[in-house]
Design a protein around this ligand. Sequence first.
Ligand code: F6P
Length: 498
Amino acid sequence: MTVEAAGLLADFSKQRLDGDGLETLFATARAARLDDARSLLFAGAVMNPTENRPALHMALRRGGGGGDVADQVEVERKRIRLLASRLRSGELRGFSGQPLKHLVCIGIGGSDLGPRLVCDALAPPRSAVDRERFDVRFVANVDPCDLHLALADLDPASTGFVVVSKTFTTRETLANAQAARRWLGAAGAGNEAGARHLIGVTANADAAVAYGIRADQILRFWDWVGGRYSLWSAVGISIAVACGPDAFDTLLEGAATMDRHFQEAPLEQNLPVWLGLMSIWNRNGLGCTSQAVIPYAERLRLLPAFLQQLVMESNGKSALLDGSRTSQPTAPVIWGVSGTNAQHSFFQQLHQGPDVVPVDFIIAREPELKPASDDPRHDILLANCLAQSAALALGKPPPDQAAGEDWHKAFPGNRPSTVILLPRIDAASLGALLAAYEHATFVASVVLGINAFDQFGVEYGKVMATSIEAVLGGKPDEGIDASTRALIRHIRQPGRLR
Ligand code: F6P
């Protein structure tokens, strides 16, 4: 029940299935022709039929697939390296001639979560000694406070912005970028000089140019990279800047090692296959509606948020590949925060609540910081992670009611979890971990018979927001439902609901 790949070890022995269950699970995968689907993915076939696109994110990390695109990937990779090096060395200067020292990355969803997670996991802290080191920040929310807080202590003369948007049409991102331009303008940067501060990352370069970003400051990626699979592309420029181009390359290599394992290892020894099939077992076999992800590593505290988009935007669907409606559950709800903090909030319910929530525990064997000989904290971290996983699985014998024991202190046990062990939190291991989850998501989609690479579910709300924004701006509220209309009126004139 233990599988190793790319330096990672995943222990599935605390999952709730026996040999027969395991056989059924792999038989299900074979019946869904997982082998063929995997080959088609790596052969660059159209895996996203509703948008008529292949899914070639592995090509971004030389992990296989997409022979045709290798050259353009290489060209862009060199441009990422060059731009990151120029920023880090202070060669890029702003409107007043000062070197840019801060980079504010504006993007949302897949244009934010991946790079934000990786930078949080790998960027060295800005210590007093290297205060001059390049500083990278992220802004996603259209709530003006997000940008305001990010800019509060920055000097416009030394601040650059990366506007990251695959489509270059996302309302929130463009509105934040516009606010950033106003901020630069207010400090004296006219349009042309202000453009020195702007870098674009997009699959729609024409729109970025029309928006006012200089063509030589646009990094490109392509339609065949899904937003939530895009951190390996130019979307990861922030990683190359914050952690260094070499660390970005190592991240890609770690992911590529996992790609090769996923592509080549037999299903029964394949880590992403196990991971994907366990989620099917827990969701569709045991009926668990949610799945917690608890990294026992503060550096991975953003992993649950990243996986929420990866898993739920990929597989949170009701349509089968043929367009009919599925009759079974699809993606679980993904949630979690880092341990040990989580133990002191919701673990009560994980241990004793009536619902069973499977958990993925993630730990690193070695600490990031070499501990002093009398510092037990990394061992405390490891011990807690292993203890929680064991306590969930084993529980305690039922209360001896004859002896007056009741259910208050009962631990039913039999609660499934996987422990994923990384050698340490470094670029190679993180690349491998994220790639493993990407492929696991694909595996689950194949068994479920759904398209993991489109996301029509996010569109309808965007369309509605556009009409409501117009009403907030003064347009008549005809066609708006009564509840929303009343709320709009109350927002504009508190107390007036009709
Ligand atoms: O709204 C969801 C979504 O389309 C995601 O799939 C995507 O990652 C995000 O918006 C951002 O889109 P873009 O990169 O085009 O701005």
